[in-house]
Each structure stands twice: as structure tokens, then as C-alpha cells.
Design a protein around this ligand. Sequence first.
Ligand code: NAP
Ligand code: ZN
Length: 349
Amino acid sequence: MYSTKAYSAASATSPLAPTQIPRRDPTAHDVQIEILFCGICHSDLHAARGEWGRTVYPIVPGHEIVGRVAEVGSAVTRYKPGDLAAVGCIVDSDRTCPSCMEGLEQFCPNQIIVFGSPDKHLGGVTYGGYSDSIVVDERYVLRIPSNLDPASAAPLLCAGITTYSPLRHWGIEKGKKVGVVGLGGLGHMGVKFARAFGAHVVVFTTSRGKTEDALRLGADEVVVSRDASEMQKHAGSLDYILDTVSADHDVNAFLNLLRRDGNMTLVGAPAKPLSVAAFGLIMGRRSLSGSNIGGIAETQEMIDFCAANNIAADVESIPIQKVNEAYERLLKSDVKYRFSIDMASLRSE
Ligand code: NAP
Ligand code: ZN
């Protein structure tokens, strides 16, 4: 065991502050990674502030991790010191359940999340990526091709896979009209992927000021979702909608935009339950679904797709000392489009 620098929150109302956390020494199958960048996902904020009601404190958030391999265990075959590597939400799973057998570790009932899950090595809970280094079994480590920039690759580990996976699952391709609701970290990646898959992309935003950006990111059309007449123009026309909104909002207004048999997938995880009007689904045999990040193999597929197609997140790189300010800006939808923490700032503290 060794001690490493990190930022943690002591309670739902405490700001993130510097601390020291334990990490295990790499065992035979482990990769030790010196963290270069860690993205800030809205899930970090929901969790740090206890909004989902299951946070164990102190919490070290962070699940969009890119770094350099520092050391590997004796049985590790796929990584060597110096490689660029990444870690997302999942750092272990039971490897035997039907979901694991299908490469869908994100649905394993015994999955271990990078922060706040029981730590079988050290006791206590796991600690996330707002830290200097991390140790993870090589099965759950991803490879980052050298043409990807570490700062803008980090958000692929959650914002990337969480949007790529449902778009793939629901067969988004040329000829489909796809809505992306909310242009934040997830939303802007959803737009890039839907565009790359050949769809006609409509962005629904509450921020009129994001219109130009939405078009630059790949949208064909932009709708200000608080404008009922703009919304009405798309009634019954969308094949698919990806809803990335982090707060309470009216999902019925979007269900009504789906064509017959259309589907809307929730990836946004607001703290409070959403209210769904039955007729929005009944009329038109529409469906409402959800999706959770993606499996390890699909995450690697998505990273390789990004490297081959020149896709990455639009990031604002910040020192870790600005993390609390970044959380406040996230709540005001004031990020273009993902904060990526430069972990050199932690080492120099
Ligand atoms: P984010 O960067 O804060 O983006 C959320 C966007 O939602 C905002 O930029 C804003 O877009 C829109 N929005 C915010 N408040 C709104 C409101 N009151 N009404 C309507 N729209 C609103 O957050 P993120 O990191 O992309 O995460 C989004 C959500 O996905 C979070 O709840 C997060 O926990 C969840 N998540 C789920 C998974 C999963 O596996 N399912 C994975 C990662 C994250 P506009 O300015 O364009 O309106
Ligand atoms: Zn996330």
C-alpha cells in the first residue's frame, strides 16, 4: 500500500479539498497509472453532493481517467510502463454473470465502480480519478492510441461511451433523424457520434447561445426546447432521441416528437423521478428506455473509432484547484463542453 494525493468531499455540503488516500501496490494483474487528466462528469457532482442518496464519504470522484502506465504486475501482458492508458467507471466485476459473459460489465450486479464501491484489496471504498495515481486490473484498463490528446480523450471514458453505446444499440445510421437533448458533456459527444454514424441530427437545448456551437459540432438543426412553436415543427418526426439532461425536465414534450415506434433513451440521471404521461407512449407505440455507460470491449471500440475518425471531446482544461468553481459552472450549463482536470496541478501542490 502507498499513499497518493487526491481531492475529496467529506460530506454532501463540503467542497472538494486536498487529501491523501491509500492505493494498493500493484498485484500480478494490476496496472499502476500516473493520472494525467480526469474529466468532470455531472455524475461526479450528483455523487459528491449525495443527490442519488447512496454516497459513502469521504468521496474521491472522477471516472474519466487518462494517464501513463507507471508500473505493471508480473502477469500483465497488454500494458508496459510508458503506455498511455485509461480507466472509466468500471474497475472490476464478477466476470461470471450473464452480463459479464456478454461483455456488458456495466450491468453486472457485482460491478465495482471506480469510486464508492467496496474495495476488496484495502477495505473501505474505492477512490476515483481526482488523484495522482490509480491501480486497476488490466482487464478494466483501456488503450489510448497515440494520436489522441490525453486531455480531450479523458471524457471519452464516460461522456463518450455513454452516448456511443445507445446510439449503436438502437442502430443509428444514415437515414435516421436523431434528437440529442441537452448540449453538455454527454450531449456534445452524442452529436458528434450521431453525425459520424450518418444520422440527421437535431439538438434540443435550453441555451440559445449554444446554437452556433451545436451546428459546428455536427447538428443539422437546433431547437430551443423552451420554445413550443419550434418544438411543434418536429412533432412525430424523430426516429430516436437521446436525453442527456441532468435536471428535472418535461420528457413528455420530447416523447411527442417521436414518430410511430420511435424510442427515447434516458442517459441523464436527474435526482428526482421524471413524470411520464401514458398517452405519449400509447399513441404511436413509442418506447422509453435507459442506458448505462458501456462495457469494456465496447469502450475500447469507441476509443478506437474516435482515433480513426478524428473525434474527441471539446474540453476546457483546468487545474484541480478550480474544481469547486467548475462544479458551480456545470450547474449553470456553463461548460464548453467538458472540464478536463490537468493533474500536473495536483502534483505541484
Ligand atoms: P452536463 O455537462 O451538465 O450537461 C447537462 C446538460 O443538460 C446541460 O448542459 C444543459 O444543456 C441541460 N440541462 C441542464 N439543466 C437543465 C434543465 N433544468 N432543463 C433542461 N435542460 C437542462 O452533464 P453531463 O456530464 O453531460 O451529464 C448529464 C447527465 O447524464 C447527468 O445527470 C449525469 O449524471 C448523467 N450520466 C449518466 C450516465 C449513464 O451511464 N447513464 C453516464 C454519465 C452521466 P443545454 O444548455 O443545452 O440545455
Ligand atoms: Zn460520467
